[in-house]
Design a protein around this ligand. Sequence first.
Ligand code: FE2
Length: 330
Amino acid sequence: MITLQKKKSKDFVVLNLTDPQLANSEWEEGHQNRQILEYTVRELVARVSPDLITVSGDLAWAGHTVAYEKLANFLDSFAIPWAPVWGNHDNQEGPDAVDAVADAFLKHPYCVYEKGDPALGNGNYVIAVEEEGKMVEGIFMIDSHDRNYLQTEDGSPRDVWAKLIPEQLVWYENEVKRLKEAGCLETAMILHIPFYAYHLAAEAAYRPGIDRKEMTLAQAEGPDVWQEGYENSIGVMYEGVGCYPGEDGVFEVIRRGGSTKYVIAGHDHINNWMIDYEGVRLIYGLKVGAGCYWNPILNGGTVLQIGSEGVKEARHEFVNVSHLLSQKEN
Ligand SMILES: [Fe+2]
């Protein structure tokens, strides 16, 4: 377990970045996508003064060693602890490739990362936030893998997004117990691929008949969009929930544990909703930069504000980069 210290007089601020995902070539000096990413992160760090930067997966593309190294150097330049979890693109060249990136990251002085039990993937670990000797929040960092292959009726394999493996759920439950015994009753979870309850939450919360693709950010803050009981939800959903297509058991262990109140996922770049689903705020982190695909109105990062009683607020911080976009992309 990694432990970071919170000052009593001040909130501990976590800044989550998701899916930066630049290729080697996009890190070349002067590349527009590098400029957008660097401008956005510098603006976010200046605005929120984070105590920890988390990155919820798809940091680059597997095999793009230069891109991983450039990103790690850039994050290190802020002299603030930073902690990644891996996404499907990080995992897509197999466990040895991920492990090599993890080894390279661990050489960076501000990278706080633990590989954890290799049977669970790479990077299943907990970051504890401690205030004067008392743990006030535990942050679960979870590897959500890449793909699963389902057997279809005609015998051909069907390629779907991965789910957490049963051993990870056992690990999570044991860690929740361990944290409780240490007096820590509040936890958050950060992972890349959303789990099945994200799909259920979206179906339950948005009013039926709403054209989600046409919804503006302002409309999504209003009462016309959300079903009764979900009025404190926010955000848009311009694409489907890219999760494993069936019950994965994750929400059940979260509910049983009773300590995880906030979850941040990435993966679906043009969703940014936050929905309170059965007592847990399920969040799509705001994507950082133009890597892979994006919508410039959904650019920025997501903040977890931690007080003496744990997380007290989750919010998006939007960064306008229209001045960096070429005419073509405007
Ligand atoms: Fe992804």
